[in-house]
Design a protein around this ligand. Structure first.
Ligand code: NAD
Ligand code: WQD
Length: 338
């Protein structure tokens, strides 16, 4: 298929792009490189031994989108582009609404103008908010608790209305849980700017010696060992879910929201231990107060992904730690020259 990948140079986009190329799809990446490096695309090209097109542009720029759609004529869009830091979204909500929500509206307009009928959207488990019950299934109420999460919720609703209004259109809203890990080659991986907000990149930087110790945010939760439990999903499994989603034809409403997780949870301290084992390095940590906005548990119901996409996660926490370590130890400064 001809696949336009917005945000294709980013963490999840680059891993998905690699699988698309390996499966012989034609791809164009549309990215403004605001949170990524062209080096990631160079490496994907080498790993896949296949070429693809690159259009540097912002999804808020209707002219640039028109050029990309006109030149490439995609059959489907995988839409990763957007801002994703929860804390930053509290400080700059309008920037988040502009880039994520307005950008997605421009993208949907361009799709319709160019008769491109299917979209796979990067949503997030963050749309659920505080759990009324666990595991979260796709019918759980949606009450996001921060501007970033609300952008995902609004985009989901906008896509639903767009699909309802155009009988040719269809959409899959993938609600990712906690994506971690890297490609088995160790050549591409997550390369956060500055000090990482997320657990696994932070642990990796402690293990490689860039940071001194991990701050564990809360050890007094009602969980197995008092630290937060999350459903971590390997980025390679996540990428595979996108390949299933581009082929999927939602029949009933034309739009389906689908959780992408493993259905298993890991605590912060269990992750530290698994990472120490995978890397052979010590990960010193200090218990700190809870982080504002954090919940104790998160866990995905995974039955719908199995039923509709025929997809399930194959990789476990050891794979997540091993591949993260291979990437981090071989690229201690990420894509920047050391
Ligand atoms: P990322 O920041 O690594 O990738 C996003 C890419 O989009 C980057 O290459 C960036 O340069 C590009 N981009 C950002 N704004 C753009 C714009 N206005 N126009 C064009 N390109 C733009 O993030 P990621 O971790 O790969 O996440 C991809 C998507 O998945 C995001 O939409 C994110 O919200 C969503 N998501 C991520 C996680 C996670 O924990 N990583 C979890 C759930 C959902
Ligand atoms: C995991 C656990 C922390 C860092 C976030 C976003 C969510 C989604 C995925 C995009 C928690 C603990 C963390 C650290 C720690 N992104 N922790 N020390 O918060 O579940 O989800 O990323 O959609 O929207 O909110 O992930 O990796 O930040 O935290 O103790 O330095 O690790 O308290 O229990 P989170 P995370």
């Amino acid at each position: 298929m001809k696949v336009l990948v917005t945000g294709g140079a980013g963490y999840i986009g680059s891993h998905t792009l690699l699988q698309l190329l390996r499966e012989r799809h034609d791809a164009m990446v549309f990215d403004n490189f605001s949170n990524s490096s062209p080096e990631a695309l160079k490496r994907v090209k080498q790993l896949a031994n296949a070429d693809f097109e690159i259009c540097e542009g912002d999804i808020q720029d209707a002219c640039r989108l028109n050029e990309a759609f006109g030149d490439f004529k995609p059959e489907v869009v995988i839409h990763f582009a957007g801002l994703k830091a929860v804390g930053e979204s509290n400080e700059k909500p309008i920037e988040y609404y502009a880039q994520n929500v307005s950008g997605s509206i421009e993208l949907l307009k361009a799709m319709q103008r160019h008769d491109c009928r299917h979209i796979v959207f990067s949503s997030s488990a963050t749309v659920y908010g505080e759990a009324e019950y666990l595991p979260y299934d796709e019918d759980h109420p949606l009450r996001p608790t921060n501007p970033y999460g609300r952008t995902k919720y609004f985009i989901e609703e906008i896509i639903r209305d767009w699909v309802a209004s155009w009988r040719h259109a269809s959409a899959v809203l993938l609600r990712y849980f906690n994506p971690v890990g890297a490609d088995a080659s160790g050549r591409i991986g997550e390369d956060p700017n500055g000090i990482p907000n997320n657990l696994v990149p932070y642990i990796a930087q402690v293990a490689v010696g860039r940071l001194q110790h991990l701050n564990v945010f809360g050890a007094d939760y009602d969980t197995r060992d008092g630290t937060g439990e999350r459903d971590y999903i390997h980025v390679e499994d996540l990428a595979r879910a996108h390949l299933a989603a581009i082929q999927f034809e939602p029949t009933k409403s034309g739009c389906e929201a689908i959780n992408i997780g493993t259905g298993r949870s890991t605590t912060v301290l269990e992750m530290v231990k698994a990472f120490e084992q995978a890397s052979g390095r010590a990960v010193p940590y200090q218990i700190e107060p809870r982080r504002d906005g954090d919940v104790a548990h998160s866990l995905a119901a995974v039955g719908k992904a199995e039923r509709l996409l025929g997809w399930q996660a194959k990789l476990d926490v050891d794979d997540m730690c091993r591949t993260t370590w291979d990437w981090q130890s071989e690229n201690p400064s990420g894509y920047s020259p050391d």
